[in-house]
Design a protein around this ligand. Sequence first.
Ligand code: UD1
Ligand code: UDP
Length: 379
Amino acid sequence: MSELKVLRENELQDKVGLFVGTRPGIIKFSPLMRELQKRGKDFFVIHTGQHYSYDMDKIFFDELELPEPKHKFLDVSKSRSHGGQTAKMLAHSEQALLKEKPKIVLVCGDANTNLAGALAARKLHIMVGHVESGLRSDDWRMPEEHNRVMIDHISELLFAPTEDTRKNLIEDNVKGKIFITGNTIVDAVEQNLVIAKRKSKVLENLNLTPKKYFLLTLHREESVDFKENLESILNGIKLVSENYDCKIIFPSHPRTAKTLKYFKLESFISKIKNLEIINPLGYLDFLMLLSSSQLVLTDSGGIQEESCILGVPCVTLRQNTERPETIEIGANYIAGTEPESILKGTETMLNRASDWSNPFGTNASRKIIDIVEDTLSER
Ligand code: UD1
Ligand code: UDP
């Protein structure tokens, strides 16, 4: 046949395809995979290969005992542009979906992986469910913001974590059906913190006393790929280290490790008092480290949520957040990237009582899979 291939309703099989490819996506889909396994539902995992280093990818499958991906793309990491990376993942995803023919695919979050997976499915007329739908930073510099908007507009099922995110979807006039389900990160934290407390030796290994150290993470493109922003944030961390006599633990994302080298900032950062740079950690060690820290400074989306769930004050090293719920309840402070405001954010959050309650719901994975099952049975 010469026409472009789409899948017809009667060709589709009663199974669910899950797209993963980045660290946060693997973590946030882990409770969904457990829920599907518990119900004996037919599902398979497609790994786009966007993240590929052991400590950004495989460690999470091993530690969280997740099923091996049925499809994994191996040449994606060679692309060094958003378009190239997304295009490769899109083409491979289409081939995998043509083989599997699932009735529905689920993607989680805003990475290029999820845009590629959702678009491949959409083009084949496979139903798309977007987990963590409706988040908006309104910051058009962010590749994640482009992806969120596009994925939300091509998904039939929109799993919004909160009321705020539901409102964003309505304002955007999306076509799909919106459900408020909470965020699966709450399930991931609940399921793994107990195990982390039993198994992790990270505090002993790093010689840390609970609540006597700060945690730092940095990896956003707009934070670390522009020398002036990265330098400004690091000057803020230096100021914090001069004002507080406690260790600052910095598990460094590979993107950040590379840009620190490229911008010749390694010597500067090595001189910041009490700052300890370590490799990225597995989820159990990271959860242990985060839950026992006095404060976290970060530009990560997932860590803003987790710190809020765990009652750890958060200073966000960005101009905005797509998680305004954390600000509304006092769990998070938007410090931007200027040194003085990073110090002010630290002072403010250390003086604030951590008495907020979790705005991200409970049992999101169960609710999402209930909706998926109901939708498939109605078809
Ligand atoms: C991606 C997501 C971001 C998410 C982050 C989670 C997009 C546009 N960005 O950003 O939303 O917050 O993942 O961590 O999808 N690298 C390695 N090993 C790896 C992965 C990356 O060395 O396993 C290095 C490579 O040099 C790569 C760079 O990090 O070029 C950036 O990786 P990439 O996946 O493009 O973006 P992230 O910054 O990880
Ligand atoms: N994380 C981890 N090890 C680390 C740093 C982070 O397991 O060394 C986890 C963290 O607990 C959270 C997720 O990775 O669940 C966040 O990923 P990241 O900050 O890379 O991406 P974002 O959430 O900003 O998209």
